[in-house]
Design a protein around this ligand. Structure first.
Ligand SMILES: Cc1cc2nc3c(=O)[nH]c(=O)nc-3n(C[C@H](O)[C@H](O)[C@H](O)COP(=O)(O)OP(=O)(O)OC[C@H]3O[C@@H](n4cnc5c(N)ncnc54)[C@H](O)[C@@H]3O)c2cc1C
Length: 301
């Protein structure tokens, strides 16, 4: 299959790219790694009249310690900042990410295959907002913030407000995702990732990313359980989190939260799995991930 014809631009600065997106509005699309957009164009599911290739914009590809004091409106010091055009493979292999956001290091190898991660970008996956994708769920679990820029200025958006639904984000057609900030490790906090797919590299049938924080008495103070593959959007399970808050992560509490998560999420049925099967996966994966995150939070895992 071949895409419909389009006009091609390869700007080398964010300003130039934003100018092009503003000029062409809904007719234009940014091109990052092309691993989702190009197949969609080849199948004529997307027919942008203008492609704005971001691959020459070096300032969008970086991984750095967040030393910002909040001066740019973003989250204050601590954690890591990842430029939108950073390849997924670079995030997977980064020692800084392993130190400051180890959940990402655990999660990244589950995305597709190495060849796709070599081209696919961290920001491209976030903007694509596929409900079956790993990166949006991890950003929700970690309470990440997204820096978005248009010609008129920029804003920071928390992951919860960034993801709006099926392949939907709060990004306007003339805006670019610039970078994503992830908070650093915290005391008595553990994260975990689990997913099930039919074959290594396939999209997951169901999966989740978790961040759990305990208080000094070992009770759960905060729980963020973010799911992929089970609904029309990357989703946080608020009722399951509520079951956990104030409790010690005993087997009974974990079991209860896992059942609550399976009840509150509404998995869809498709050619790959029934809704009932996905609910069962949610329960099992939640139990496993919670047990691992609790062990890590208490320092025993
Ligand atoms: C065979 C195959 C298997 C895959 N398996 C998985 C999987 O298991 N899990 C998974 O999560 N993904 C999977 N993917 C998708 C892959 O991870 C893509 O890389 C990712 O979804 C999109 O990233 P990209 O950089 O390629 O973006 P592109 O395809 O270039 O762009 C995607 C969308 O985001 C927009 N966009 C990109 N960057 C920006 C930006 N900075 N600002 C504004 N808009 C932007 C584009 O305009 C486009 O609408 C798979 C892909 C293939 C081909």
């Amino acid at each position: 299959m071949k895409p419909a014809s389009f006009e091609y631009h390869a700007p080398d600065s964010v300003e130039e790219a934003l100018g092009l997106l503003t000029e062409h509005g809904w007719d234009a699309k940014a091109l990052a790694g092309g691993q989702s957009l190009i197949p969609a164009m080849n199948f004529r599911l997307a027919r942008p009249a203008v492609l704005v290739d971001l691959n020459l914009i070096d300032e969008l590809a970086f991984i750095r310690r967040n030393e910002n004091g909040g001066g740019d409106g973003g989250p204050g010091p601590g954690g890591v900042r990842i430029g939108a055009m950073t390849r997924q493979r670079a995030v997977e292999k980064s020692e800084l990410v392993a130190e400051l956001a180890p959940l990402l290091t655990e999660m990244m190898p589950h995305i597709a295959h190495p060849q796709i991660r070599n081209r696919g970008t961290f920001g491209g996956s976030a903007v694509h907002a596929d409900p079956a994708s790993e990166i949006p769920a991890a950003l929700l679990a970690l309470d990440a913030s997204c820096r978005v820029r248009g010609v008129e200025g920029e804003r920071w958006v928390r992951a919860e407000e960034f993801f709006l639904g099926l392949f939907g984000t709060s990004l306007e057609p003339d805006e670019l995702l610039i970078e994503i900030a992830l908070p650093g490790p915290r005391e008595l906090t553990g994260c975990a990732f689990r997913e099930i797919s039919r074959r290594q590299g396939d999209y997951a049938l169901a999966g989740l990313a978790i961040r759990l924080t305990l208080d000094v008495k070992g009770r759960i103070q905060e729980a963020r359980l973010a799911y992929l593959g089970v609904g029309g959007a990357p989703a946080l399970a608020a009722s399951a989190a509520a079951v956990l808050i104030g409790e010690k992560p005993t087997a009974t509490v974990v079991e209860d939260a896992a059942r609550t998560a399976a009840g509150e999420l509404e998995p869809m049925e498709d050619m790959h799995a029934s809704a009932a099967y996905r609910s069962r996966l949610v329960e099992i994966l939640t139990r496993e991930a919670l047990a691992t995150a609790a062990e890590r939070a208490s320092g025993s895992g």
